[in-house]
Design a protein around this ligand. Sequence first.
Ligand code: AVJ
Length: 320
Amino acid sequence: MPLSIRFHDQRSQNAEHSLRETVLAGFAERPKATPPKLFYDRRGSELFEQICRQPEYYPTRTEELILARAARDIAGIAGRDASLVELGSGASRKVRLLLEAMHPASYLGIDISEDFLCASTQRLADDYPWLEVHAACADFSRPMSLPDGFAGEHPLAFFPGSSIGNFDPREAQAFLANLHELLPAKGGLLIGVDLVKDRSVLEAAYNDRAGVTAAFNLNLLERIRRELDSDIEPDSFVHRAFFNQADSRIEMHLVSSRAQDVTIESERFHFAAGESLHTENSYKYSAEDFHALADGAGFRALAMWTDPLALFSVHYLQRE
Ligand code: AVJ
């Protein structure tokens, strides 16, 4: 008999744009661009989990290693009466490392995908009977509040995976400012941030040999075919990912291999041969630049952990 989860629906009614509107707006942009949240239908979420297991994709396993080593220190800084709030509650083993080290009384998972959120929080509730589990369905890129009934006087927010890399630096600062609103004074934020490094290592991580990242990128077009009225041919596009050093970001694109017209929901879009749809940015930071960003949003860096090769970083920030 599964233990019950306290579910809070915090989706805003009209703020959320439909897939149709988001796709049509993105294809009408110049250059054409769609937001990375469109990757994550059921198939896309599965492909992302597969990416995390590819040998070239170092962020997931490196962050897990860092957390495994730092978990006791983290629990010590958070204190005995801390609760844990996970942003983008995934299928991850990462939060389990923290739950086991911290033994908090309550956990809140926040995610935009209701299916994913319910499945992952249910597994936590089953595996940790001592834990009070809350689930909030919300878009954490918008202002939000801790749900009523969540007894988190000393919350530690956890935002792993370098998901902050999908925001440009200005959006990242705004996101941190939202968290500043959400957290009480002295509240903690444990955040994983991918580090700037050699171009070849970065580019390999987004061009794995098994082609999983390519499939993940192309699944966006499959999704458009599945869920919208469209004749777009995924086979006529190729995956491209490269490091843009000037902007310190990996860019992912889908490049049209020929000149073509594409119809989506009765609207026509022209692609020149070689023209791309820009599907994702993944920003990489130096520790100094990230601390400056956090500082600008009212967070002080209390501790930072990294791996021996300095591939990835985990930061413990405290809300001022
Ligand atoms: C989930 C945004 C952190 O940027 O590395 C992985 C997504 N895209 N491979 C990242 C992603 C292609 C991932 N984030």
